[in-house]
Design a binder for this molecule. Structure first.
Ligand code: 5GP
Length: 206
């Protein structure tokens, strides 16, 4: 069997929609999907460890890495830098694993310009009220920060046509199953299977 290049799956959407939770559930349910650990200049939270949730670094180090072209994409998200390490993602895909990125919408659109065969999933909250509840109850942002995130969410919804799929995250189990279903369908696309079909058909498709 041919070792095919893996698929890059980009999960994005407004802050508070639950993309991190969906990503974690997908990771637990699949051993062919690997997660790319991002770099950030934000300070670690108490339960976070360097190299597990993020590669934590100073703003200066992050900016040096930008200069050196080390990121596939990066963005300033609410005053901190976040970026996807280019080499690591490339290695995962080359090894034939699928790779999941959980990134903000600015970063997702940068990837869209560079990697045409990536899959883009917009994780949406069930309603703006629920988004507000989630942002409030996680207790990590001040009221003015929450208002800013809600304002941004409205802008991000306008960008929905740039995504391939939308998942409404009302039940985490359902959202996870939908991501896995998308992956299954994508893998069966004819455009992703020309090489294998050519082997079966002695080059009939070339
Ligand atoms: P948090 O600080 O709560 O972990 O993440 C804040 C935001 O940064 C989330 O919306 C998350 O999706 C986004 N984020 C995490 N890693 C990356 C990355 O590598 N690139 C971009 N563009 N955004 C990221």
């Amino acid at each position: 069997m041919l070792k095919k290049r893996g698929i890059l799956l980009v999960l994005s959407g407004p802050s508070g929609a639950g993309k991190g939770t969906v990503t974690n559930e997908v990771r637990k349910s699949s051993d062919t999907i690997k997660y790319s650990i991002s770099a950030t200049s934000r300070k670690p939270r108490i339960i976070e460890r360097d190299g597990r949730e993020y590669f934590f670094m100073s703003r200066e180090t992050f900016e040096e890495k930008i200069e050196a072209g080390k990121f596939l994409e990066y963005a300033l998200v609410y005053d901190n830098y976040y970026g996807t390490p280019r080499d690591y993602v490339e290695q995962i895909l080359e090894e034939g694993y699928d790779c999941i990125l959980e990134i903000d919408p600015q970063g997702a659109m940068q990837i869209k310009e560079k990697m045409q065969d990536a899959i883009f999933i917009f994780i949406a909250p069930p309603s703006m009220e629920e988004l507000c509840n989630r942002l409030t109850s996680r207790g990590t942002e001040k009221p003015e920060e929450i208002a800013k995130r809600l304002g941004n969410a409205e802008k991000e919804f306008k960008n929905l046509p740039n995504y391939d799929y939308v998942i409404i995250n009302d039940k985490i189990e359902k959202a996870k199953d939908e991501v896995l279903a998308i992956m299954t369908a994508e893998k069966l696309k004819t455009s992703r299977n020309y090489e294998t079909m050519n082997l079966l058909n002695k080059g009939a498709l070339s």
